[in-house]
Design a protein around this ligand. Structure first.
Ligand SMILES: C[S@@+](CC[C@H](N)C(=O)[O-])C[C@H]1O[C@@H](n2cnc3c(N)ncnc32)[C@H](O)[C@@H]1O
Length: 218
């Protein structure tokens, strides 16, 4: 938790309730230990979708499909989502959850490693996504960035989740266990890059596990 627990608990009391099917999906995912977007991140995404009114969303990291199904509830009617997942066990559940939610016409699930799939997509669909939600392996965010920049349209939003890693990203390298040092330095590199790239205007926001919102200026 990166914000005072009491404040987060209070903010959560203000959140709107999820529709029943999403609530059940959320509870199942949490009980199975699937790392899905937190309540305050959900609200933040809902706000971005309502204000930005995207037409094509790309998500990297579908897990069991919760955030994709969530976004499909709050995006404009004519919007479509492409989401990527590579772990077979999660893909099985994502396919089923998307079908059960009757979202097959709105959500396309791409199966495989995002690095490979993003390269293929970028070769075919340059500038075609106006909203990208990056929520996959944190250590790979830097590797994904060049392809995401190609895929993002001018004025589009790149939203990245889990950037503050429970606040540990603010610790000095020496305060981090040896095991987590690589991910710590990679996330710092990612944050430094997206906050200093001329092509992006980025805000780092302490919501959920830390979210950045970047818009592509040109
Ligand atoms: C935090 S979870 C995504 C949660 C989901 N966005 C939600 O809130 O419902 C991250 C997912 O990214 C997937 N992932 C990580 N690296 C990946 C890669 N290189 N290619 C495809 N999927 C990847 C993991 O298997 C995991 O299911």
């Amino acid at each position: 938790m990166i914000v005072n627990e009491r404040i987060t608990a209070y903010i959560n009391t203000l959140e709107r309730e999820l529709p029943t099917h999403l609530y059940e999906l959320e509870q199942t995912a949490l009980s199975e230990g699937v790392p899905i977007i937190k309540k305050d991140t959900q609200t933040f995404l809902r706000f971005l979708l309502a204000s930005g009114k995207p037409r094509r969303i790309l998500e990297v990291g579908a897990a069991v499909g919760f955030s994709a199904i969530f976004m499909s509830e709050y995006m404009p009617e004519n919007c479509r989502i492409t989401t990527i997942e590579k772990v077979e066990m999660r893909l099985v559940k994502a396919r089923k959850n998307i079908a059960d939610a009757s979202k097959g016409d709105k959500i396309t699930l791409l199966e495989g490693d995002a690095l490979v799939l993003l390269k293929q997509l970028a070769a075919m669909e340059e500038n075609s996504f106006d909203f990208i939600f990056l929520d996959a392996a944190k250590a790979q965010y830097m590797n994904f960035l060049p392809e995401l920049m190609k895929l993002l349209s001018k004025g589009g939003l790149l939203v990245t989740d889990n950037v503050l890693q429970d606040g540990t990203v603010a610790e000095s390298r020496y305060g981090i266990t040896r095991r987590d040092r690589t991910i710590h330095s990679r996330m710092r590199e990612y944050l430094y890059t997206i906050t200093h790239m001329e092509q992006l205007e980025t805000a780092v926001i302490p919501v959920g596990d830390g979210v950045t919102v970047s818009t592509k200026l040109y």
